[in-house]
Design a protein around this ligand. Structure first.
Ligand code: T4K
Length: 389
C-alpha cells in the first residue's frame, strides 16, 4: 500500500489542463463573482444534469440551509435528526429556531417518519430531514404528514447529489432541498452548495437572499446575506459535471468490493442500495455490533489506523450530545441514533481508491472477528504485504 495516509475520502479534481483555459478567460474578463457567466451557465447545466426545475448556487451547503429556512420564513420549532453533520442543526440555531430531535430508523439511519407525528406541537412549522449517506428518507410519508399538519419540508440533501428515487431526482421532494459541494462530497466545487426549488418566484427570492437582498442599484428587497458562488468555482463545477458518471462507476466498484469482502463477517453490517433508488455511492458506512463481532467500533477505528487507514465515525457524537443542544428536552431518549453512532465507521471511499486498500480493510476486520476466518485473514494480509514489497 502507498506510504501516505489513506483517508476516508480524497477529492476528485477536474484535469488541470482543462481548467487553465477557463481561468485564462476569467482573468481576461475580470468578472470574478456576482452572477457571472460561468455561474449562470453552471446553474443551467446543473438543473438539466440533476433533473430539477431550478438551482440556486451557494458558497457552501451551510449558508444554503440557512437561506432556505429564511426563504420559507420558518420560525418556532423544526423537527430534525440528531444523526447528521452539525451544520444541519446549526442552521436552525442561526435562524433562532428551536430544533426538536426525533430518533432515526436503524436500516438507513434516516429520521424515523413513524415518530414525527408525536413530536409535532402548535409551534412546529417545518421538518428538516437529512438523506443520510445519500439514501433517501421516507419522502412519501414525510410529505403526507407535512400536508396533514400544514408543515414545510426542507431536505438537507448534502449527501444526495445525483440520487434518484423511482427514476427521478430525490431533490424534487419537499419544498426545498439543499446540496453541499464541499471538497469531501461526491461532487465538489472545492466549497459550494445549492438550493433546489420548484418555481421561478421562489428561485428569485432565494437569489435575493444570497446577494444581500439587492434587486437593483437602489433597491434592497430582503435582509439577505452574502452566500454567492464565485466564477472560479462555477467554472470548475462545469468541468466536474463531465466526470461525475465515471466517478460514480469507480465508487460503485469499491462499494461492491467492500460488500463482497465483508459479507460473511458476523457483527459487521453494511447498507445495500435501497429499493427504487439509483444510488450515488457517497459513503460506505459499516456498523460494528460489539456483542457479535467481539470488538468495538473504536477498536476497529484504531486497528485500521495501525495499517495507515483512517476511517471516520460519521456521525459520532450525535448533534444532540453537543453542548449547544444537549439541554433540549428532545435531546434525550434517542436510543437508535445513540446506538448507531457508537457502531458506525465510514470506510475510505473514492473513485481511485486502490483495490488493495479494500483488501487490507477486509483482512483487518476478518482478523479481528471472532470467527474462524482469522487464519484466512492472516494469510491474505501476508500475501498483500508480499505483493507490495
Ligand atoms: N449537511 C450535511 C448532512 C453535511 O454532511 C454537511 C457537510 C453540511 C450540511 C454542510 O455543508 P458545507 O457547508 O460543508 O458545504 C466534512 C466536511 O467539511 C463537511 O462538508 C461534511 N458535511 C462533513 C460530513 O465532513 P470534517 O470535519 O469531517 O472534514 P475534515 O476536514 O476532517 O475532512 C474529512 C476527510 O477528508 C479527512 O480525512 C481529510 C479529507 N480531506 C478533506 C479536505 C477538506 C481531503 O482529503 N481533502 C480536503 O480538501 O467535515
Amino acid at each position: 500500500m502507498e506510504k501516505h495516509k489513506i483517508l476516508v475520502t480524497r477529492p476528485q479534481l477536474p484535469p488541470l489542463n482543462e481548467f487553465i483555459p477557463l481561468l485564462e478567460d476569467i482573468w481576461d474578463s475580470r468578472w470574478l463573482t456576482n452572477n457571472g457567466k460561468y455561474h449562470q451557465e453552471f446553474e443551467k447545466q446543473l438543473a438539466v444534469f440533476l433533473g430539477v426545475p431550478y438551482v440556486s448556487l451557494f458558497s457552501n451547503g451551510t449558508l444554503a440551509l440557512m437561506a432556505a429556512l429564511q426563504c420559507l420564513k420558518i420560525k418556532g420549532e423544526v423537527i430534525t435528526t440528531p444523526f447528521s453533520f452539525v451544520a444541519t442543526t446549526h442552521s436552525l440555531w442561526w435562524n433562532g429556531i428551536k430544533p426538536v430531535f426525533v430518533d432515526i430508523e436503524a436500516d438507513y439511519c434516516n429520521l424515523d417518519a413513524k415518530l414525527i407525528e408525536a413530536a409535532i406541537t402548535p409551534e412546529t412549522t417545518a421538518i428538516l430531514p437529512v438523506h443520510v449517506y445519500g439514501n433517501p428518507c421516507d419522502v412519501d410519508e414525510i410529505q403526507n404528514l407535512a400536508d396533514r399538519y400544514g408543515l414545510r419540508v426542507i431536505y438537507d440533501a448534502a449527501h444526495a447529489f445525483g440520487v434518484k428515487y423511482k427514476g427521478s431526482s430525490v431533490l424534487n421532494y419537499g419544498d426545498l432541498s439543499i446540496l453541499s459541494f464541499h471538497a469531501t462530497k461526491v461532487f465538489n466545487t472545492i466549497e459550494g452548495g445549492a438550493i433546489i426549488c420548484h418555481d421561478l418566484k421562489t428561485k428569485k427570492r432565494i437569489d435575493y437572499l444570497k446577494n444581500f437582498g439587492i434587486a437593483d442599484e437602489t433597491t434592497v428587497v430582503a435582509p439577505g446575506i452574502n452566500a454567492k458562488m464565485n466564477e472560479l468555482q462555477a467554472a470548475y463545477g462545469i468541468l466536474q459535471l463531465k466526470y461525475f458518471d465515471s466517478a460514480i462507476d469507480g465508487r460503485q466498484h469499491i462499494t461492491e468490493k467492500y460488500r463482497d469482502g465483508l459479507k460473511d463477517i458476523e457483527g459487521v453490517r453494511y447498507l445495500e442500495n435501497p429499493v427504487d433508488v439509483d444510488y450515488n455511492y457517497s459513503y460506505f458506512p459499516v456498523f460494528i455490533d460489539e456483542s457479535e463481532f467481539g470488538r468495538s467500533r473504536d477498536d476497529v477505528y484504531e486497528e485500521l489506523k495501525k495499517h495507515n487507514i483512517y476511517g471516520r465515525r460519521y456521525f459520532y457524537p450525535l448533534i444532540s450530545e453537543f453542548s449547544t443542544y444537549r439541554g433540549l428536552p428532545s435531546a434525550k431518549g434517542l436510543d437508535i441514533a445513540y446506538e448507531i453512532s457508537r457502531q458506525v465507521i465510514c470506510l475510505p471511499l473514492y473513485p481511485d481508491l486502490p483495490d488493495e486498500v479494500v483488501d487490507t480493510v477486509v483482512s483487518v476486520l476478518k482478523g479481528m472477528a471472532r470467527v474462524e476466518s482469522r487464519e484466512i485473514a492472516v494469510k491474505i494480509l501476508s500475501q498483500i504485504k508480499r505483493k507490495m514489497e
